[in-house]
Design a protein. Structure first.
Lengths: 600, 351
C-alpha cells in the first residue's frame, strides 16, 4: 500500500562537508510542492569531521514536531553505518554509497538497502576534491528525489534562484542531481511505495529558524543596541539582527547606522552594556544561552532591583555546566525565573516556534519597558536553530511601542520634585527619567539598599518598603503578560500543560490520543508569572500532566511556587535526552499513566 | 549613612562659571569616607574641574563599580545622573550607556580593586573600544571596605598593616592602558590638586578613552611605614613629567611660559591643552618611548605623574561603529522598522 506525504527522511553525513545546503535544498523542494515539512538538524559541537544528521519529516497532516521514526535513511557516513541501519523503521529503506560495497548493511532483512555509487559517479563527472565532495551531496538529493517522486522542476527552479548570479553552479548542481536521479531510475523501481505528492498546504507559509525570526523581531521592535558574547545556540540570533540592520538600518542620507552591535568580552560585559543602554532609554538586548545566564546573573539581579528594562533571549541548550551545547532542553526555567542572589524573580516568555520568536520580540521590549525589569524570552536550540514551517509573518502597522512610564522634559519641568522609586499609581511601577533629558530628572541608580525616594538606606523599614512594592509590580506583570492558549476537548477531568517547543509534540499527541478516544484539555503557558487562567485550568482538573524538557520538573516547581498549584495533581512527563521532544513520547507516557490508574 | 543633610552655603561673591553656577552647584552629599581619605581630595578636584568646564550637571553621567572609590560619585554633582553598578563592571555599563547616548559626558570613578583585580577584563576592553569617557582610578593598593587586603596594584615589597609583604607583580594601569592603545593617559596624586584639576579637565574633554590614574592613599589601611601607596611615600617619590594647562575653546593662552617649554595641542571641542614640559626628553606622542620611560622610572622607584600619553587622532567607539550623530536612545521607533510591505517582501527568501 502506498503511503503519501507521510515519510521521514534522515541523512547521515560528516560535518563540514557542505551537506547542509543539500539538505536544505531537499527540504525546500518538498515544501515548494505544497507539502508541510519539519526539519531537524542533529549536529556535533565541532567544526569538521564528526557525524551529523539532518531529518526531514514530510507531514501532509501538518504536524510540527519531529517523529521518532525513520523511513528513509541516507547513510553517507561510513562511521555511523551501524547505528544508521539500526534506526530505520521496519519496512523502511537505507540508501548508501555503494562505491565501496558493505555487506554488513545487508544484515537486516526487514529493510531494503539501496546502493548507489555516489563517489564513483561524482569522481567520474567532476574535477577537484572539494567539488566532488559537494556534488556527492547534491547527487543524493537527486536520488532521493527520484525515489520519493520529488518534482525535478521544483529543484531546478530552487537552484536557479540560489545561484542566480553564478550560472555555472546551476549547471554543475543540476548535473549532480541528474546523476543521482538517473541512477536511481535505472536501477530501482521509482518511486518507492512511500512517496510525496504535490498538495497546496504551504502557500502562506515560510521556512525559518527561531533565531532568524527573533533577530528580525528585534529589528522591527526598534531595538537599537545589541550586546552579546558568542555562544551556541544563540549566536545566529545576533547574526540575523546584524544582517537585517545592515539592510534596513542605515541612514540613507549619511550612510551611518541607526543601531549599535557590540561584541562583548564575555557575558558579564554583554549584560552590563544592555543595562547601560537601557538606562539611557535605548531598546537593548542580549541573546545568550544557559552558561551565559549564569555569568549574567549578578547584573540581572541589579536590573531587577534598580528597575532597568532589560531584554534577554535565552536559547536554551542541554546542561548542566557545558553540557551538550548542540542539543536542546528547557533546562533554565528555574535559573532564569530566579536568577541572581537575594529575593529576585523575573518575567519569562515562552515562544513555541519561530513565529512566536518574532512576535514575542516586541512584546518582550514592551513588557520590559512597561514593567522596568528584565524580561527573558525562553527559546531553545530546537526552536532557535532548526528550520520550522510557520505561517508568513505579519507586521501590524498599528503597533504602538509601549515605552512605559518615562517622563518627558515637559513633564519633569512641571513637577515639584521627581522621585525615582515612588509608586504613584499603585501598580508597583514607578516613573523613570532618562539621563540628559532635564535637570529635575537626575537620580542615583544603585543596587544597594534604597528608599522609595531613591536615597541610599540601611533602614529596615525603608528597605522593606521598596522590595514589598516590587511584589505589587509582580502582580501587575501577572495580569498584563501574554495569556495561555487553552483548548478544551470533550468533558474531561484531565489536563495537559506544556511550554515552548513542547507545543508541537503535545498538540500532535492530543490529536493521536483523541483517535483512541482519550481526550485531554490543553494549556500552553506563554509567560511567567502565571496568569489566573493557568491557576484556573489546574483547579478545573483532577490530574494535570506537565510536559517539559528537563530532568527536574522545573515548570512543575514554578507552578507550585508561583501560584501554589496543588502538587498532588501535577504529573510530570519529562523528556531530557537532548533531542527535541516527539509526540510518540507524550502518547506513550500518557498511556502509561492511564495504565497506572491515573485518570485520563 | 549620609543622613546628615549637607548645608548648601553659597556666598554671593562666589565665582560663577559660564552657566552662572557656582562650585556649590557641583557638590554632592556628605562623604562617608574616613577623615583624610585621598578620595575626598579627588572628589574636590572633580568638582572643581566640572565646575570650571561649565558642564551642565544633568549632562554629566557618573558611573562607578563597587568599593570606597565607587561610592564617591554620590559626593559630587548631585544634579547628575549616577550609576553605581556592580563590582568591576562599570566599564561595560558605561560602554552601553555611551552607545545609546554619546551626548552625555561620562566620568567613571573606580578603584584599583574594582579596575585591576575583579574588573581588569572590562577595564582593558573599554580601552580597546576607545569608549569616550574619563576613567578615574583612585589607586591606593588595598581594599578598604573589606579591611586592608592587597589589590592588584600593590607594589612588590609593600607592607600591609598586618601580615606578609606583597610579592606579586603589580598591574600598572598607565602602562597597561598604553599597551592597549588608550588615547589619553595621565597619572597624578590626590594631594596635588594643582596638577590634577587640569588633567581631569583634559580627560573630560578628550574624545576617546582618557585614563586618570590617581595615587589616593588609604589613611586607614595603607598609610603606614613600608607602604608604597602612603602619603609620605608618594610625596617623596613622585615626579612630574609633563604638567598641563587646560584652555577652554575660544580663550587665549594667557599664562607666561618659558621659551620652548610650552606646546599647545588642540582637542576636538576646540579647547587647548598646553603641555608644560618638565622633563624635556619626554615624548608623550610615542607609545614606545613613553612605555620605556615609565618602566625605567618605575624600576628606579619613582612615581611618574602628569600627562603621559596623548593621541587626538584615533577614532572613538561611535566612529568605529559608524553610528549616526543623533543618540540612538533619541530615535523615534517609528522610523526604525521597514513596515509590513517590506516584511512581506523580505520573506520571499524563506519560501
Amino acid at each position: 500500500m502506498a503511503t503519501v506525504n507521510d515519510v521521514v527522511i534522515k541523512i547521515g553525513t560528516v560535518n563540514g562537508t557542505g551537506s547542509a545546503s543539500a539538505n536544505g535544498l531537499l527540504m525546500k523542494s518538498i515544501f515548494r510542492m505544497g507539502i508541510p515539512v519539519v526539519g531537524k538538524n542533529y549536529f556535533p559541537s565541532n567544526i569538521q569531521g564528526l557525524p551529523t544528521w539532518y531529518e526531514i519529516r514530510v507531514t501532509g497532516d501538518g504536524y510540527h514536531s519531529r517523529s521518532n521514526r525513520v523511513d528513509v535513511m541516507v547513510a553517507m557516513n561510513a562511521q555511523t553505518y551501524t547505528r544508521d541501519m539500526a534506526d530505520v523503521a521496519p519496512g523502511g529503506w537505507l540508501i548508501y554509497d555503494s562505491t565501496w560495497p558493505r555487506s554488513q548493511l545487508l544484515d537486516r532483512d526487514d529493510i531494503t538497502v539501496i546502493g548507489i555509487p555516489f563517489s564513483r559517479l561524482c569522481n567520474e563527472n567532476f574535477a577537484g576534491a572539494r567539488s566532488r565532495i559537494l556534488m556527492k551531496n547534491i547527487a543524493y538529493v537527486g536520488a532521493v528525489a527520484a525515489l520519493l517522486a520529488i518534482d525535478l522542476d521544483v529543484i531546478t527552479q530552487l537552484l536557479e534562484e540560489t545561484f542566480a548570479s553564478k550560472a555555472h553552479l546551476i549547471e554543475s548542481n543540476m548535473k549532480a542531481i541528474r546523476l543521482g536521479s538517473d541512477y536511481a531510475h535505472e536501477k530501482f523501481s521509482c518511486p518507492l511505495p512511500m512517496r510525496v505528492e504535490a498538495m497546496d498546504a504551504t502557500s502562506n507559509s515560510i521556512i525559518i529558524d527561531g533565531n532568524t525570526a527573533a533577530g528580525l523581531g528585534c529589528m522591527y521592535a526598534g531595538a537599537t543596541v545589541g550586546a552579546w558574547y558568542p555562544i551556541t545556540p544563540s549566536t545566529s540570533l545576533m547574526d540575523a539582527f546584524r544582517n537585517f540592520c545592515s539592510r534596513y538600518r542605515v541612514d540613507p542620507e549619511t550612510g551611518k547606522n541607526t543601531y549599535a552591535i557590540i561584541q562583548a568580552e564575555d557575558e558579564l560585559a554583554a549584560i552590563g552594556m544592555v543595562l547601560g543602554a537601557a538606562w539611557n532609554g535605548a531598546r537593548s538586548f542580549t541573546p545568550t544561552s544557559g552558561p551565559g545566564i549564569s555569568l549574567m546573573s549578578e547584573f540581572i539581579g541589579y536590573a531587577y532591583y534598580a528597575e532597568i528594562p532589560t531584554v534577554l533571549f535565552n536559547v536554551q541548550r542541554t546542561g548542566p555546566s557545558t553540557g551538550m551545547p548542540t542539543r536542546t532542553q528547557q533546562c533554565d526555567l528555574l535559573s532564569c525565573a530566579y536568577a541572581s542572589h537575594g529575593d529576585t524573580k523575573h518575567v519569562l516568555l515562552f515562544p513555541a516556534n519561530p513565529s512566536e520568536c518574532f512576535y514575542m520580540a516586541p512584546t518582550a521590549f514592551d513588557m520590559a519597558e512597561r514593567l522596568q525589569t528584565p524580561v527573558m524570552v525562553m527559546s531553545d536550540l530546537d526552536i532557535g536553530m532548526n528550520d520550522w514551517m510557520v505561517p508568513e509573518l505579519e507586521w501590524d502597522e498599528g503597533y504602538v511601542p509601549d515605552r512605559g512610564k518615562v517622563l518627558s522634559a515637559e513633564e519633569l519641568e512641571g513637577m515639584d520634585k521627581f522621585y525615582r522609586y515612588l509608586d504613584v499609581d499603585g501598580d508597583g511601577i514607578p516613573y523613570r527619567s532618562l539621563p540628559g533629558v532635564h535637570p529635575k530628572g537626575s537620580y542615583f541608580t544603585r543596587g544597594s539598599g534604597h528608599t522609595k525616594l531613591g536615597a541610599y538606606t540601611e533602614d529596615s523599614a525603608a528597605y522593606q518598603d521598596v522590595i514589598d512594592r516590587l511584589l505589587i509590580k509582580w502582580e501587575t506583570a501577572r495580569n498584563i503578560l501574554p495569556k495561555p492558549e487553552i483548548e478544551y476537548s470533550k468533558f474531561n477531568k484531565t489536563g495537559l500543560i506544556t511550554i515552548g517547543s513542547g507545543d508541537g509534540a503535545c498538540t500532535e499527541a492530543l490529536d493521536r490520543l483523541s483517535k483512541q478516544d482519550i481526550g485531554l484539555n490543553y494549556c500552553r503557558i506563554k509567560a511567567f508569572p502565571f496568569s489566573e487562567e493557568v491557576a484556573d485550568f489546574i483547579e478545573q482538573h483532577d490530574v494535570v500532566y506537565v510536559v517539559e524538557q528537563n530532568r527536574d520538573a522545573q515548570l512543575r516547581t514554578l507552578l507550585i511556587n508561583d501560584i501554589e498549584a496543588d502538587q498532588t495533581k501535577l504529573v510530570s512527563l519529562l523528556h531530557y535526552n537532548g533531542m527535541p521532544i516527539n509526540s510518540g513520547f507524550v502518547v506513550d507516557k500518557v498511556l502509561e499513566e492511564i495504565a497506572k490508574g491515573r485518570a485520563a | 549613612m549620609s543622613y546628615i543633610a549637607k548645608p548648601k552655603v553659597s556666598h554671593p561673591g562666589m565665582p560663577k562659571n559660564k552657566l552662572g553656577l557656582t562650585s556649590r552647584d557641583y557638590e554632592g552629599t556628605v562623604s562617608t569616607l574616613c577623615a583624610g581619605c585621598g578620595h575626598d581630595s579627588v572628589t574636590a578636584a572633580i568638582i572643581q574641574a566640572v565646575f570650571e568646564l561649565g558642564i551642565e550637571p544633568h549632562m554629566l553621567a557618573k558611573m562607578s563599580g563597587i568599593g570606597c572609590s565607587s561610592k564617591t560619585p554620590a559626593y559630587f554633582v548631585s544634579q547628575s545622573h549616577g550609576f553605581n553598578s556592580v563590582h568591576g563592571r562599570m566599564p561595560s555599563v558605561t560602554t552601553g550607556a555611551n552607545a545609546a547616548n554619546g551626548d552625555l559626558t561620562y566620568i567613571g570613578v573606580s578603584g584599583d580593586g574594582d579596575s585591576l583585580s575583579i574588573g581588569v577584563g572590562q577595564f582593558v576592553h573599554a580601552i580597546r573600544r576607545n569608549v569616550n569617557m574619563c576613567y578615574v582610578i583612585e589607586n591606593n593598593g588595598v581594599y578598604g571596605l573589606t579591611k586592608g587586603q592587597f589589590s592588584a596594584s600593590a607594589d612588590i615589597g609593600s607592607k600591609p598593616k598586618k601580615g606578609e609583604p606583597n610579592n606579586q607583580e603589580p598591574i600598572d594601569p598607565a602602562s597597561t592602558a598604553l599597551s592597549l592603545g588608550a588615547t589619553y593617559i595621565a597619572r597624578s596624586f590626590s594631594g596635588d590638586k594643582e596638577q590634577l584639576v587640569p588633567l581631569l579637565k583634559g580627560a573630560l574633554m578628550h574624545r576617546g578613552f582618557a585614563l586618570v590614574d590617581i595615587v589616593s592613599p588609604c589613611v586607614t589601611f595603607n598609610d603606614h611605614e613600608g607602604s608604597t601607596k602612603s602619603y609620605a611615600h608618594t610625596r617623596e617619590f613622585y615626579h612630574h613629567v609633563i604638567d598641563i594647562d587646560y584652555i577652554p575653546p575660544a580663550e587665549e593662552i594667557k599664562a607666561a611660559y618659558a621659551e620652548g617649554e610650552a606646546m599647545p595641542i588642540e582637542l576636538h571641542d576646540g579647547s587647548t591643552i598646553v603641555l608644560r614640559k618638565v622633563d624635556k626628553d619626554y615624548d608623550l606622542t610615542s607609545r614606545a618611548s613613553a612605555f620605556k620611560y615609565l618602566r625605567e622610572r618605575f624600576n628606579a622607584g619613582e612615581i611618574t605623574t602628569g600627562l603621559l600619553y596623548l593621541d587626538e587622532s584615533r577614532a572613538e567607539m561611535h566612529d568605529l561603529m559608524g553610528n549616526i550623530d543623533t543618540p540612538l536612545s533619541q530615535l523615534s521607533l517609528d522610523g526604525l522598522n521597514p513596515g509590513s510591505e517590506e516584511l512581506k517582501k523580505l520573506q520571499n527568501r524563506y519560501r
